[in-house]
Design a protein around this ligand. Structure first.
Ligand SMILES: [Zn+2]
Length: 267
């Protein structure tokens, strides 16, 4: 039980948080999802996007988003979850994307940290889903890990496609390039870590109207919850750090990031 977020001892300092990347479809939320999600508005969170990573998790994201008016969903094949990727898988994805709760295709991208699927199939799946997003006029949520060069090379062909590089771990230079192409950049609890100098430098480089906040829950819990299962209210720590970097108040930063999210995801 200790990993559960204790809403009773949590005091929200701000309001209007938009968590642009949450995996409430993860089994680590199975036991308390039904009580945690309805409580989010009283904990300072106005909106959250439940993000899929394969067909079952995308279906579950849509189902969960359907339980609350302030929740949305994204569907797609994550580069580590390409087992079902193929013509049939893409057809299933198209079906899921028809749902009213869908606001984006994601998460999609490249991950060379885990070697389960090689660069070739990862790149094919990434490109194909970017094309699908362009065809369906949907924004994209991009995951890129240890694959900066190839990610940039592929995205260079999709300049102008609305999207976010989520859980950004790249350099300030990369942040400058992609925001120049119109992409948004999302930061998680990593921004609050003691060794978070690199993301802080990247955050400083991102124009304030291109910044998004996210948990990537159940992962990446910010300080002072580092190592625990994360959830959307914890974003207040990320907001404080981001506000410090940008020279605004945390509430102003939350409001700006929420406006950015609404513009990108058209909600
Ligand atoms: Zn994620």
């Amino acid at each position: 039980m200790s990993e559960y977020f204790d809403a009773g001892s949590f005091t929200p300092r701000y309001h209007g948080i938009f968590d642009t990347h949450a995996h409430y479809n993860d089994q680590r939320f199975d036991d308390d999802r039904a009580t945690l999600l309805p409580a989010l508005p009283s904990l300072g969170v106005s909106n959250a996007i439940v993000v899929g990573y394969d067909i079952p998790s995308s279906e579950k994201a849509v189902e969960i988003a359907g339980t609350e008016p302030f929740l949305y969903a994204a569907a797609g094949f994550h580069p580590e979850n390409l087992e079902e990727y193929g013509e049939e898988g893409l057809e299933k994805l198209r079906e899921i994307l028809k749902n009213d709760k869908i606001v984006a295709i994601g998460e999609i991208g490249l991950d060379y940290h885990w070697k389960e699927f090689g660069p070739d199939i990862q790149q094919r799946a990434f490109r194909r889903q970017l094309e699908l997003a362009a065809e369906l006029n949907l924004p994209v949520i991009i995951h890129a890990r240890e694959a900066t060069e190839d990610t940039l090379r592929i995205l260079a062909d999709f300049k102008g496609l609305p999207g976010v590089l989520h859980c950004f771990s790249g350099s300030a230079e990369t942040a400058k390039i992609i925001t120049g192409w119109g992409f948004y950049v999302g930061f998680t609890g990593v921004l609050t870590f003691k060794n978070g100098r690199k993301p802080a430098e990247a955050c400083a480089e991102v124009p304030i109207d291109r910044l998004l906040m996210e948990t990537d829950c159940p992962y990446m819990a910010p300080e002072p919850w580092r190592g625990k299962r994360s959830c959307s209210p914890m974003i207040q720590s990320v907001a404080e750090k981001m506000a410090e970097i940008k020279g605004v108040t945390p509430q102003e930063m939350i409001d700006i990031a929420a406006e950015n999210a609404k513009r990108l995801f058209r909600v």
